[in-house]
Design a protein around this ligand. Sequence first.
Ligand SMILES: [Zn+2]
Ligand SMILES: [Zn+2]
Length: 172
Amino acid sequence: MIIDIDRLPKDGLKISKELEFFPESLVEENAVFLKPVHAELTVNKTGEEIFIKGKVTTCLSFVCSRCLIPFEFPVDSSFDLVYVPEELEEMQDHLGDEDINRLFYCGYKIDIKEVVLEQLNLMFPPKLLCSEDCQGICPVCGKVIQSGECACETKSSDPCLGKLKNFMRDKR
Ligand SMILES: [Zn+2]
Ligand SMILES: [Zn+2]
């Protein structure tokens, strides 16, 4: 869905839409959409600046990076964006730090689907875990520790040591 900036109504544009994306368009591998993405957006224009306020909701499935079990990740997130013409990108060095969140459009068009996709990708936490204290996979038997399937007695009952192990695992 492409917005023609020249044709934006004076009092703005409201968009309420279900968007379908291919999971391959996400930065996160092994992600699956469990629902279509619902986007509520308002697009306003002031001079050359385009303001997009929006809210996206959906539900994804990710694979936990510790135990490798898929888990649901509901998304309900808002964003507030400012787009300026691409020509201003060269001048960005002179705009100062406060303008660091500006985005750029080119050819007087903005693809709403791309805007939403970009925001979705930004919403994902850097480390995808089914739960903060996921114990991951037992280094001895290879089973998931949390599900209680693992019967190995690990000598390290010290919780601090366990945390350190997870920390080391995450650093890989
Ligand atoms: Zn996990
Ligand atoms: Zn085990």
